[in-house]
Design a protein around this ligand. Structure first.
Ligand code: UD1
Ligand code: UDP
Length: 381
């Protein structure tokens, strides 16, 4: 019997981290031929993930440019991936999440009449402007996709609200599968991180990179972090700074030169996950980190106005901190001074998955193509 040809397409760091365990699972399945196309919307940060998981791309669009616009990325994916689909003729294209790579790849597959499977389907804020452009990207992918791999039951409700009822599987989030590979061992490979004097320090692992935070919100967030570092000399903030020029410039201007704030290069996924597991607290506007830190029992202050990941907020390990300086400082101060408030939040919870999401996605693909009699059992918390 002919194999089902599945082409996984991704381009940025978070997509790569969450697609890597799925690609490894697809490769193990004898009924599937697994191919990988990277758009390289990110270059160094993508390559770092490929190395961590030992992945190799069959096709590489190599599209990253300094200062690239959303239009640039979309146009290059449409053109580059279009040619690859003509050549490879896959039975299914898999895209992940809400990046511009994911949306434009889904659109390209639709134009080529290749079915699309959406990994991490159904996350929503229902606010077009936030996160920008990710909310619109994922809503548009939802319209295009034939298979929707929703991490949680809550994500299914969001899809249903948009009239999407068919082809939905509740799988858990593949990020929890990825952590089975990364959260092992101890020590860091990054020389910059290894050199930091962390003995006796309370580490705050921090990231901030979102487009909707560019400008005043990012400045207010960084002012809060600077104030916290000043108030608590036993705290060491470690911030692997995203390479986007706007982020670098703002971080250097507001956070540079402070002894207990370390601005370092992006970490590979293994170091990042280990850093979080050794931290006291996590402050971030990242999507993926909101899912990872709770599973490590680390409280998270989310540096955003809203979140499409309400599950860990409901579980009590994640708090929406907003982007106002005083509010962020107040929340962080409480967690640094009030041990009972801290321990209430520092509970390991896993509302996003059980590490079996990739297996369920592969089984759902086999079911969709008639190679299995039954769909996989849904993930439930
Ligand atoms: C993208 C995603 C965002 C995701 C983020 C993860 C879109 C619209 N945005 O945003 O959803 O949260 O990735 O990090 O898809 N750069 C490098 N080297 C790299 C990566 C980036 O130098 O390895 C620099 C380049 O100057 C690039 C800039 O960062 O132009 C911005 O990258 P881009 O992918 O356009 O946007 P992100 O903010 O990373
Ligand atoms: N991450 C990493 N190195 C870093 C910062 C983040 O490996 O220096 C990982 C993080 O653990 C998570 C993913 O990158 O798995 C999240 O990516 P990012 O924050 O760039 O994007 P988002 O999730 O917000 O789309």
């Amino acid at each position: 019997m002919q194999k089902i040809k599945v082409l996984s397409v991704f381009g940025t760091r978070p997509e790569a981290i969450k697609m890597a365990p799925l690609v490894l699972e697809l490769q193990k399945c004898p009924e599937i031929e697994s191919l990988v196309c990277v758009t390289a919307q990110h270059r160094e940060m993508l390559d770092s993930v490929m190395d961590c998981f030992g992945l190799r791309a069959d096709f590489d669009l190599n599209l990253m440019r300094q200062g690239q616009t959303l239009t640039d990325i979309t146009a290059r994916v449409l053109e580059g991936l279009g040619a690859i689909l003509t050549q490879a003729r896959p039975d299914l294209v898999l895209v992940h999440g809400d990046t511009t790579t994911a949306f434009s790849s889904a659109l390209t597959a639709f134009y080529a009449k290749v079915p699309v499977g959406h990994v991490e389907a159904g996350l929503r804020t229902f606010d077009k402007a936030s996160p920008y452009p990710e909310e619109m990207n994922r809503q548009l992918i939802g319209r295009i996709a034939d298979l929707h791999f929703a991490p949680t039951g809550n994500n299914v409700k969001n899809l249903n609200r948009e009239g999407i009822f068919d082809g939905i599987y509740i799988t858990g989030n593949t990020v929890i599968d990825a952590m089975k590979y990364t959260v092992t061992g101890s020590g860091f490979t990054s020389p910059e991180l290894s050199a930091l004097p962390l003995e006796g320090k309370r580490v705050i692992a921090m990231t901030c990179h979102r487009r909707e935070n560019y400008g005043a919100p990012m400045e207010q967030i960084f002012a809060a972090v600077r104030q916290i570092a000043g108030e608590f000399p036993d705290v060491q903030v470690i911030y692997p700074v995203h390479p986007a020029p706007v982020v670098r410039k703002t971080a250097n201007r507001i956070l540079g030169g402070v002894a207990n704030i370390s601005l370092i290069e992006p970490l590979d996924a293994i170091d990042m996950h280990r850093l979080m597991s050794k931290s006291y607290l996590v402050m971030t506007d990242s999507g993926g980190i909101q899912e990872e830190a709770p599973s490590l029992g680390k409280p998270v202050l989310v540096l955003r106005q809203e979140t499409e990941r309400p599950e860990a907020v409901a579980a009590g390990t994640v708090m929406l901190a907003g982007v106002e300086t005083e509010h962020i400082v107040g929340l962080a101060r409480r967690l640094l001074t009030d041990q009972s408030a801290y321990h209430e939040m520092a509970q390991a919870v896993n509302p996003y998955g059980d590490g079996m999401a990739c297996r369920r996605i592969v089984d759902a693909i086999l079911y969709h193509f008639g190679r299995r009699a039954f769909p996989p059992e849904a993930f439930s918390v």
